[in-house]
Design a protein around this ligand. Structure first.
Ligand code: PBG
Length: 343
């Protein structure tokens, strides 16, 4: 525009400054923004974590996670049917185990009829088209809330790994399509792979919680699985220090070498740099877990009218895609699927 373009700003005119680059040209209309958009969120990107409990026709709201419930299997199966209809490809199941069944070693994880395995069987039978991802970790099963066996104040590595590998075989036998070890013990991916193969489950995949950080964002989940009041100390001796990024690379490299088919970063949004580095370096299916605390923050701010909940939800997930994620575990999954289907 000659009228303003020749106005000098310092030594150069606006025309001279913007001669070759007017980035706003492609932002001016919806059609051109859509045409040049680099990342997209689709229902295929969603994995829905759900919480299951014993009983019938009962659901319990989790205070810090509005809209998320612990569900008995009848209700859970109905919800998973809904999720499949919405096009959500997979769910991830987590149990809340009654207090009396929790012990020092988390032995109930080795019960073929624990609620997690029962959930897999019920869901596989009723909704065979959805993928089932089970969390192979001891924390919902121990009376101290740790992901491994606790002996004299120490989470013992190798004994925990052996138990997790055995539990993974039971989970596969119950219908899990993907085993997701979330415990961060050294060597667990290789042990789970060997155990699955030795028992005829060569086709069951492993999604490793490869880079799981010691984080304050897991608070509401611990309420959901009932470990909040039990956890003794913290998990810094086995989860990655959230100050570290090179260490996350070594973890992922090792898990892939041991046989992980997919890797995951957890939590999600504060760890976009990790997602980006991993995807760049390894070019393998890479996921993020938008964890309970992230969900709670968006919900709380939305409920207060401080942010637009749906927009913040969609933006946070799209940004995870932009960073390099192939998919995201999110408690928002059904809500996202509905927003996407209304577009
Ligand atoms: C532990 C586990 C955690 C989550 C899932 N499995 C973290 C923890 O309690 O340390 C967190 C999920 C969330 O916060 O949404 N095996």
């Amino acid at each position: 525009n000659r009228m303003f373009g020749d106005r000098k700003i310092g030594a150069r005119s606006v025309d001279e400054i913007t001669a070759s680059r007017r980035l706003r040209r492609l932002r001016k209309a919806d059609w051109s923004r859509r045409m040049v958009r680099e990342s997209r969120l689709s229902v295929d990107d969603l994995i829905w974590p759900i919480f299951v409990i014993e009983g019938e026709n009962r659901r319990e709201e989790i205070a810090a996670m509005p809209g998320v419930y612990r569900m008995t299997l009848d209700l859970a199966v109905a919800q998973v049917e809904e999720a499949a209809k919405l096009g959500i490809p997979a769910i991830a199941t987590f149990p809340n185990i009654e207090r009396g069944l929790r012990d020092q070693t988390g032995s109930h994880i080795l019960d073929a009829d624990n609620i997690l395995n029962k959930a897999s069987r019920a869901i596989k039978q009723a909704v065979p088209e959805i993928g089932i991802i089970t969390d192979a970790a001891l924390d919902p099963f121990t009376d101290h809330g740790h992901d491994g066996i606790l002996r004299e104040g120490v989470i013992v590595n190798d004994e925990s790994v052996a138990q997790i590998a055995e539990a993974a075989v039971l989970q596969a036998a119950s219908g899990a399509d993907v085993i997701a070890p979330s415990d961060m013990m050294d060597g667990r991916i290789g042990a789970v792979r060997d155990a699955l193969d030795a028992n005829g489950f060569q086709d069951v995949a492993i999604m490793s919680y490869a880079t799981k950080f010691a984080s304050s964002f897991y608070g509401p989940y611990r309420e959901a699985v009932g470990t909040a009041g039990l956890l003794q100390g913290d998990k810094q001796t086995y989860y990655i220090d959230h100050a570290n990024s090179d260490e996350a690379m070594r973890e992922a490299e090792q898990d892939l070498a041991e046989g992980a088919d997919m890797i995951m970063v957890k939590p999600g949004l504060p760890y976009l740099d990790i997602v980006h580095r991993l995807k760049d370096a390894f070019a393998v299916p890479t996921f993020a877990y938008q964890v309970s605390g992230e969900y709670a923050m968006i919900k709380a701010a939305g409920a207060n009218g401080w942010i637009d909940e749906d927009r913040a939800m969609m933006e946070s997930l799209l940004c995870l895609k932009r960073a390099g994620c192939d998919g995201i575990l999110t408690y928002f999954a059904p809500q996202v699927a509905r927003v996407l289907s209304e577009r």
